[in-house]
Write a protein that binds this ligand. Structure first.
Ligand SMILES: [Zn+2]
Length: 100
């Protein structure tokens, strides 16, 4: 008998993983409750949230790495209250060099 092609939407484990991945408030590892937070960067300019920058890093003498012309997003970081797993999302787009 010929086996039906693998359909991951019918696979209960894959479907579970997909459902977990879509729910930011549930831990994908243990099913615990996720609490929203952010990753803090301490720079000479003060305290800022970490940013997601599109593309590969390019070194800059003045700024460390160049961000001009690159899509920039604030990183949302969720932590599981039970196992400590961190899951990060590149959130809303922001203007580079604003509030760094
Ligand atoms: Zn967990």
């Amino acid at each position: 008998m010929i086996q039906a092609p693998y359909d991951h939407f019918r696979n209960p484990r894959a479907r579970y993983a997909l459902a977990m991945a879509r729910d930011k408030t549930k831990c994908g590892d243990c099913g615990g409750r996720m609490t929203q937070g952010f990753v803090l960067d301490v720079t000479h300019g003060g305290r800022v949230t970490s940013r997601w920058i599109e593309g590969k890093p390019e070194r800059s003498f003045w700024a460390g790495v160049k961000t001009k012309g690159h899509e920039t997003r604030e990183i949302e970081s969720w932590r599981c209250d039970d196992c400590g797993l961190l899951r990060e999302y590149a959130g809303k787009a922001i203007l580079a060099n604003r509030g760094w």
